[in-house]
Design a protein around this ligand. Sequence first.
Ligand code: G4P
Length: 530
Amino acid sequence: MSYAVEIEKRKTFAIISHPDAGKTTLTEKFLLFGGAIQTAGAVKSNKITKSATSDFMEIEKQRGISVATSVMGFDYKGVKINLLDTPGHKDFSEDTYRTLTAVDSVIVVVDCVKGVETQTERLMEVCRMRKTPVIVFINKMDREGQDPFDLLDELEEKLKINVRPLSWPISIGSTFKGVYNLYNKGLYLFQANKTGIEKDQIEIKDLSDPVLDQQIGKFSTQLRQDVELIEGVYEPFDREEYLSGNLAPVFFGSAINNFGIKELLETFIEIAPPPASRETNKRTVLSSENNFSGFVFKIHANLDARHRDRIAFLRVCSGRFERNKFYHHVRLDKKLRFSSPVNFLAQDKSIVEEAYAGDVIGLYDTGNFKIGDTLTEGENVMFKGIPSFSPEIFKELVNMDPMKSKQLEKGINQLTDEGVAQLFTQQPGNRKIVGTVGELQFEVIQYRLLHEYGASCSFHPQNLYKACWIDSEDKKALQDFVSLRSYNIAKDKDDRWVFLADSQWMLSRVMEGAPKITFSFLSEHNNDAN
Ligand code: G4P
């Protein structure tokens, strides 16, 4: 039997944005449309707000919320939509990068007042690298924002992608009238509406239709001019270009007012890709293959201190996953079965009997999984492309209780398996350098080491600029480099050489002096079978 019908109706995506652009609000409106929640306000923001004196329980609680809302599944018009949540706080952006490896497309939310912000640019780099299809939603049109043409130019310039508006705003801010849908030639009139379902569109034959003048009065002239300009400047929308990650369709609306959401969702289900095929170290795995395969892209500690297990989030890449069936853990060369795999529906978790390519399931884990691990029905392949970026902040881990060094070792290894931070070990002396993208991680690690492993530690800041994974086809040259620069050399958890650069200047100088060595700011989780 083929699972093609099940698989084809799945769309797995993530919403990304700079904090405050409206990701949570948009998520909530999507869930309302999907009937997964009944009232606005049901989706809690997973933003981690850090007060001057950090309240660790608050961080933990908020991390708990982000587990609950990690994957939100809902149905809309016969399509099974899996929306993967991404942490809002920039200190957790590594988590977001990894989540982006588990989706087939992305919706980028941009605030029309602030335009494209830094976090969005960085997340977009990951999408570009993976050629992920992207739709842009320009939000908060009820506010006095920037000129829409300027916004389109900014999108192209900062996100480095071609854009094509599929809807067009009629005025903005206090005089915002609505949008004209360039794709199906309909008019949507704006009405502030924080809770209800938006109104249907008003059909118009074409832009010369007098209905337009009746509905939007003097704004019709500007709209006609704008649309003429758009049709002259931009090529017609080409879905293939969108699917290959070269062209981003753009929509305008106001998430809080439930405006523009329905047309966004309806276009999304029409054009967004079904589960894509994925590369492994040996071959391309098609989502339509009957044999099950999947990979772990996120691991989350159980918040209940009485249960030390964790939840590994697995993206099903092909075939069908079944509860209680034995699967092959490729890295460990071990058979594992799962008696209580869960899926996520809005904020509820429930046991699943089966899951198909495109779905994300949670597997209770007692320490078998690392990020990037692959499960199959027996084949020895490993999925590729789960990135690890150079951390930005480095600190040495110092043991404060010599009686608990084993606990500390175990704790830091498990926490870094979860992807909370990266661990680099320097010899001699087994010096441990922890690297993260944000300060908040160190507080989380210190807290969790103490509370979950009984190990107390402190962190000593290191004046380091970047970690570069180094390699060379000339193994002797690599070995010589490692010996010569031993003071700045470490190994990562996958036993790969890393050069820890003190400064950009120093790195450029070292790179110039070592032409046979390749330096990379990015590494892939490499859990190859031994
Ligand atoms: P995020 O997840 O991307 O961080 O953003 P979130 O949805 O939490 O939205 C950030 C703020 O922007 C919220 O206001 C939200 O109500 C507001 N917002 C979202 N969409 C729109 C919109 O279309 N128009 C306007 N004017 N505001 C919008 P807040 O004051 O921070 O929170 P709240 O008290 O409203 O929840």
